[in-house]
Structures are given as structure tokens and as C-alpha cells.
Design a protein around this ligand. Structure first.
Ligand code: ATP
Ligand code: MG
Length: 307
């Protein structure tokens, strides 16, 4: 099953916020074996949102959009989704009642504009919100199942957990995607790729990707199987072979930073460390001192910049 994630909001295009919704959704979909094949971002512009929905629905089985479901003039995902699906918006009395009750409970008068949130494309479904006021929407566009969720991360997550994930897991059948990252320091990316070349020309599942940056090279192994556990099992032997070939340039295959590994090794050997830094301006000291219990092995650092 192929999915596309669509972020709606001009603030995303202006770089004012990062598209963490797409990141979070993609991570969750991988857990249930749904392949995310594209991320798309579009501003608060009706024509472009309609176009984005149509294009996404034409090339994916599932589209998950976030943002633009609020009651203000710049929130136009609801009518754009209806237009893309060729459906009329109809006001749902039960959503209207729920909205009125929500405001009454807060002791506030409901602005008329909030009623727009009771509109659902005719023939579509809605997802009841528990945190916010904006219901999510579900419509079919051609062969694609399209979900529109609120932009506020907590509201989006709630609907993903309650509705989207269970629905997609049922549609996708038993499946899981797992990744493991082998992290290396002290060897160039090109040299690493050369040493592992034959392994990866042979392997299509797991697949491999190299990511260099921040003074290290990450080798990401990703596998797909009928379950998350099955995918993890596929990765195991390949990860072991990678570590055996690269030797001690590998500092971890787990969820830990270099300074945590250094801390662990020093503590295990009963050693301490002191640094003399110049160009790094104390950067080494900053990293070493973040590890828990760093006072047991880190003696300090002298930073001498200009003589
Ligand atoms: P609201 O009812 O708050 O207007 P909405 O569904 O209309 O919700 P937006 O107005 O698009 O959503 O976004 C509300 C807030 O949610 C944004 O100001 C931003 O903080 C956050 N947000 C929106 N989209 C994303 C995204 N893709 N990733 C992370 N945060 C986001
Ligand atoms: Mg909004």
C-alpha cells in the first residue's frame, strides 16, 4: 500500500514551522508496513490545495493531509477536499450539536464561523475530535482513501491512533517495516561504501542508504516483512556482517550518541578523560559532559583559543 502525506499551511512554506506532522505520520505508517512514497506541502491557497489532493490521490492508495481544518478564513482544506472529490459540503446536525455543547461546557458563546467545522463532504465520513474542535474527514477520491486531519500535532495524533492507523492496518494486512542504523566515525563514506559494495548490490530487502553528516556516517538498513518482528529478523544478519567488515569504526547499532558510547566504555574500564581544545571552542567538553554521571570520568577541558 502506497501513501502520500500532504502538509497544508503557508507557514510550512515560509519555513516558520517544520513539517513534523509528516515525519511523525511517516514513522507510524512504516510500523504497519505502509510505504510512504511522497511528502507534499502546499500553502493556504484553494486552487493549489485542490490540485495537491487530486495529484496525490492519482498516484497513491492513501493520502493523509494535515492542517487547515480550523474555523478561520485561512483554513480552507475542507472545501478544497470536497471540490477535489467532486462532492458537496453538507452540514451534519450531530457535529453542530457537539460543537455547541463543547462551547457551552467551556461557558463561551460559539462564533458562527465555527459551524463550518460541521460541514462534511456528502458521502464522506468524519472523525470525532476529543481534544480540539475540528473533526477529521475521510473521503474517497478515485481509488484513493483520503484523510484530512487537524494541523495541531496533538489533535492529529489522536485521530491517527483512534481511526487512521486501525483502518490502514486492516487494509494493508499483516506487514511491518523496520530500520536499523549502523553509525561510524573515522572512515570516509566512499571507503565504507567500497567495503560494503557487494553486500548491497545483492540485497534488495533489506535496502541500504548512506547518510553522512555531523562528523559521522550512518548506514541505514531497512527491511519489509509480514510483521515488524519479521522485518527486524531480516536486518539482523546483514547488520552483523556490516559490523564485522567495518570493525571498530562502528560505534553503535543502537539508539545512542557517540558521547554516550564513550562514557560507557570509559566507565567500564575505570578510566578518566581530560581534554585540551582550541578550534572546537569547548565543543568536546560540552558533548562529554552531557552523558549521565559524566563527573565520574570527565575531568575537564582547557580551552585555549588565542595565545
Ligand atoms: P486550528 O483549528 O488550530 O486552526 P488547523 O487544522 O486549521 O487547526 P492549522 O491552522 O493549519 O491547523 O495549524 C495549526 C497549528 O498546528 C499551526 O500553527 C502549527 O503550530 C501546527 N501545525 C500545522 N501543520 C503542521 C505540520 N505539518 N507539522 C507540525 N505542526 C503543524
Ligand atoms: Mg488553522
Amino acid at each position: 500500500m502506497r501513501a502520500e502525506v500532504l502538509g497544508v499551511g503557508t507557514e510550512l512554506l515560509l519555513g516558520q514551522i517544520a513539517n513534523t506532522n509528516a515525519q511523525w505520520i511517516s514513522e507510524r505508517l512504516a510500523e504497519i508496513g505502509v510505504d510512504v512514497v511522497r511528502h507534499q506541502v502546499v500553502g493556504d491557497n484553494a486552487e493549489r490545495i485542490v490540485d495537491a489532493f487530486r495529484v496525490a490521490a492519482s498516484r497513491a492508495d492513501v493520502v493523509i493531509a494535515t492542517g487547515g481544518l480550523g474555523p478561520t478564513q485561512d483554513d480552507i482544506t475542507r472545501p478544497a477536499l470536497a471540490a477535489a472529490a467532486g462532492l458537496e459540503l453538507v452540514r451534519r446536525p450531530e457535529i453542530e450539536d457537539a460543537l455547541r455543547e463543547r462551547f457551552a461546557q467551556m461557558g463561551r458563546e460559539m462564533p458562527e464561523s465555527n459551524l463550518l467545522q460541521a460541514d462534511v463532504p456528502d458521502g464522506g465520513r468524519s472523525i470525532t475530535p476529543h481534544r480540539g474542535s475540528a473533526p477529521g474527514l475521510i473521503v474517497q477520491i478515485g481509488g484513493a482513501q483520503v484523510y484530512a486531519l487537524p494541523g495541531v500535532p496533538a489533535e492529529m495524533r489522536e485521530m491517527m491512533e483512534s481511526t487512521v492507523m486501525p483502518e490502514l492496518a486492516a487494509l494493508a494486512g499483516p506487514s511491518g517495516i523496520a530500520s536499523r542504523i549502523v553509525r561510524c566515525v573515522g572512515m570516509a563514506e566512499s571507503k565504507i561504501a567500497e567495503l560494503l559494495d557487494d553486500l548491497f548490490t545483492r540485497s534488495t530487502n533489506p535496502t541500504v542508504a548512506y547518510l553522512a553528516g555531523g562528523g559521522e556516517v550512518k548506514i541505514r538498513l531497512t527491511a519489509k516483512a509480514v510483521s515488524l518482528g519479521g522485518a527486524q529478523e531480516l536486518i539482523g544478519p546483514l547488520a552483523e556482517e556490516v559490523v564485522a567488515r567495518l570493525g571498530d569504526v562502528v560505534f553503535t547499532t543502537g539508539d545512542e550518541e557517540l558521547e554516550q558510547v564513550v562514557a560507557r566504555e570509559l566507565k567500564a574500564r575505570g578510566l578518566t578523560i581530560a581534554c585540551a581544545e582550541s578550534l572546537t571552542g569547548g565543543g568536546l567538553a560540552a558533548r562529554l559532559s552531557t552523558a549521565p554521571g559524566s563527573s565520574t570520568f570527565f575531568r575537564g577541558s582547557a580551552v585555549c583559543y588565542t595565545a
